[in-house]
Every structure is written in C-alpha cells, then in structure tokens.
Design a protein around this ligand. Structure first.
Ligand code: ZN
Length: 210
C-alpha cells in the first residue's frame, strides 16, 4: 500500500504515469508496504497463463525474495525507476523515503533492487549517478552502499508519523533494531536469482520497467 499522501499522475509522454507526493513526506517515512491485497504469482503460475496476462505481469510486477511476482493492487505498480530514487527497500517488505519528498515530487524506487529480470539498458532517469544498465545484480553490487543510507532512515521510523505502520509485517524484527538489539536486515536479503538468459529490454512507464 502506498503512503496516503500520494496520487497517480500523468508525468509526460515518455514516462507515462507515475506516483506523486501530495504533501511533504519526510525522510524516514515508510512510503510503501506490502499488504494482504497485493497478489503473488509463482513463475509456474505465470507460465501457465495466456500471453496477454503474462505480458501484463511482466510489466507491472516485481519479484520478492521468495521468487514470487508481486502485483500491487493500488497505484504502487506505477512507481517509476530512478538510479537516485526517493525511496529504497531495506531487507523488509516495505520502502522508505531516503530523503524528504516534496509536494508535487514524483516518488521513485530502484528497479535494480526489485529482481526485475532481464532488467533494461539505456536508463533515462537523468540522475547524475545513472547506471544506464539496470539489472538484478545491481542489488548485490550496490546493496552495501545503499544500506549506509538505509540504516540512517530506518532509525528514524519510530520518531515519525507512519501511516503505513499497520501494514508492516516485520514489526517484531524492527523493534529489536530500534532497541539496538539487532542490525537492520540488509537490502540484499531481498535478492532473488532470476537470471534466465533473456535479452535486456528498454524501460518505459510502469512498475518494474514495463
Ligand atoms: Zn538511471
């Protein structure tokens, strides 16, 4: 479920639709959490479907650490990629703002952390740190670096208004992190090896580069 201070908006012709903040979302706020209405599909289930359904799922799903393709029921499936995203995922089933997100600013995440296979080339996100080629291996290559920023913002969770806290599944694990009894689960915990040898494709609008 997306943070309530967001809405689906048409961004431009090349990007298509995206998710935009309607109020300030402070750094350290959970911007999306997996909820019970999101649908999981196994690779075998997807293989058994007719081609039009397979194409829709390829466009709108990400892959979780169990290898399940997750179709978000709300506008979260329209979150676009950036190599310098507003939100990232630690090793939990949620995304958190790694910087303040201003009203009117588009929320983005990093498809390199979503096991999107085969990924894509020629990323056009425009960030100075753009990696150009985005693939699932990005999580293994950059996870440690992303975790430095994530540890800082995860520590802010208990101090901020968190409209999505109800939906967070790892409350007990996080309580130990907040109390200093356990380290934050690293973002690489979400890695799933999806390498199937398919050719990269170009990104466009839609969650997971579709
Ligand atoms: Zn990029």
């Amino acid at each position: 479920m997306l943070h309530p201070s967001t809405e689906l908006r048409f961004i431009n012709e090349s990007i298509g639709y995206g998710v935009v903040a309607t109020a300030l979302i402070p750094r350290g706020t959970i911007t999306w959490a997996k909820d019970d209405l999101d649908q999981d599909f196994s690779a075998a289930e997807i293989r058994s479907m007719a081609s039009p359904y397979r194409q829709l799922l390829e466009k709108y799903t990400y892959v979780d650490r169990e290898g399940l393709h997750v179709l978000c029921w709300d506008a979260a499936r329209f979150l676009n990629h950036s190599c310098d995203p507003t939100s990232r995922s630690p090793g939990y089933d949620f995304e958190i703002a790694v910087r303040d997100i201003r009203p009117g600013e588009e929320l983005t995440d990093d498809y390199g952390s979503l096991n999107v296979s085969p990924g894509f080339e020629l990323c056009g996100c425009g960030a100075p740190c753009c990696r150009r080629t985005i693939d699932p291996g990005d999580l293994l290559r950059h996870g440690e670096e992303w975790d430095v920023a994530l540890r800082e913002v995860v520590a802010l969770i208990p101090r901020l208004d968190q409209p999505l806290w109800f939906f967070v599944r790892e409350k007990a694990e996080l309580a130990a992190v907040f109390a200093g009894r356990a380290p934050m689960a690293p973002s690489t915990r979400n890695y799933y090896d999806t390498r199937a040898g398919a050719r990269p494709r170009r990104p466009s609008a839609g969650h997971a580069g579709g």
